[in-house]
Design a protein around this ligand. Structure first.
Ligand code: A2P
Length: 309
């Protein structure tokens, strides 16, 4: 637990490389409240939430009621795409702080490089995502507001999520504060080698969401937790397949934020060990030739939201 490695972000702050990922859905607030209590007791220091998951309040409450000092934790939340116009960034960020019962977050991310019209700050007032109208707010306009939050020490670090290399290139060419993190889908089926090399070269840390490949939900059978390559490595170290793929990520030099509501898995996922370079390569090779991306905005919100090849 205490041996979980950290990385130093380009902002100077340290981020623990295994975190607890929260998630959306009807029952999410209550499940996340209970699971976050388990995660805090287990020793997780890094927690990931977002406006759209509606779990900020539940996470904040679990932290407030726990006995881990706020300053020992690393808390990430995210700006949803109805709030990209500059005048909406600060109010919706303040809403997140209020729900979290915090006076700063460790990391604030632009959730998607997509912008939709503003409707309301309240999630319950938002229209169905199918009825959203795309707007054309340049990312740098949103980013300038994020930079102000850093200057005011309300967000210690700022970053992005679901950004491709050309999107990062563009932002880096215009920003005053570079993104500290790019949070993206990385799994054994989608090893993201090019993006990882690029982000390392620019001192941007990747965080992997769905690092287990979202077993149970994933529709594709490539490089799953029962792949023989992963099972062999698990057997060698006497670890579970999930622990192997999480540490494949940490050993490659990025953060992983697995989600779970099962106490035994929450505990088991917070385990660090070293893999051999040849084992890292064997897992990376599983998804190299025919990568599979599970989280595609065009599938969730329609063709006008497509951003990946
Ligand atoms: P559960 O909540 O029942 O533990 P990802 O973070 O890649 O999206 O995956 C989330 C899914 O993976 C959840 O459905 C979760 O189920 C499951 N999961 C979490 N930890 C483990 C584990 N150690 N082994 C197998 N499945 C896991």
């Amino acid at each position: 637990m205490s041996n979980i490695p950290t990385a130093k972000l380009n902002s100077g702050y340290e981020i623990p490389l295994i975190g607890y990922g929260t998630f959306g859905g009807h029952d999410a607030p209550e499940q996340v409240y209970n699971a976050s209590k388990v995660a805090l007791k287990t020793g997780y220091k890094h927690f990931d939430t977002a406006y759209i998951y509606q779990t900020e309040e539940a996470l904040g409450k679990a932290i407030k009621e726990g006995d881990v000092p706020r300053e020992d934790l690393f808390i990430t939340t995210k700006l949803w795409q109805n709030f990209h116009e500059p005048q909406y960034v600060r109010p919706v960020f303040e809403r997140s702080l209020k729900l979290l019962q915090m006076d700063y977050v460790d990391l604030y991310l632009i959730h998607w490089p997509i912008s939709w019209e503003f409707q309301s700050y309240e999630f319950s007032d938002l229209k169905s995502t199918k009825d959203m109208k795309n707007t054309h707010v340049p990312i740098i306009d949103t980013w300038r507001e994020m930079e102000k939050l850093v200057e005011e020490k309300k967000a210690r670090s700022i970053g992005v999520s679901n950004f491709t290399i050309p999107m990062l290139e563009d932002l880096l060419s215009k920003c005053s504060i570079p993104p500290a993190v790019n949070q993206v889908e990385i799994t054994a089926a989608l090893p993201q080698e090019e993006l990882l090399a690029y982000c390392k070269s620019k001192n941007i840390l990747l965080t992997a969401y769905s690092p287990l490949g979202n077993p149970g939900y994933k529709k594709d059978s490539r490089a799953t937790l029962d792949d023989p390559v992963i099972l062999d490595i698990a057997k060698k170290y006497n670890k579970s397949p999930a622990q192997v793929v999480l540490n494949w990520g940490v050993n490659r030099g990025y953060a992983v934020i697995p989600k779970s509501t099962t106490p035994a898995r929450i505990e088991a996922n917070l385990t660090y060990f070293r893999l051999e370079d040849s084992e890292i390569e064997a897992i990376t090779a599983l998804g190299r030739e025919h990568p599979y991306r599970s989280c595609r905005p065009e599938n969730m919100w329609g063709p006008s939201c497509a951003i990946f090849n």
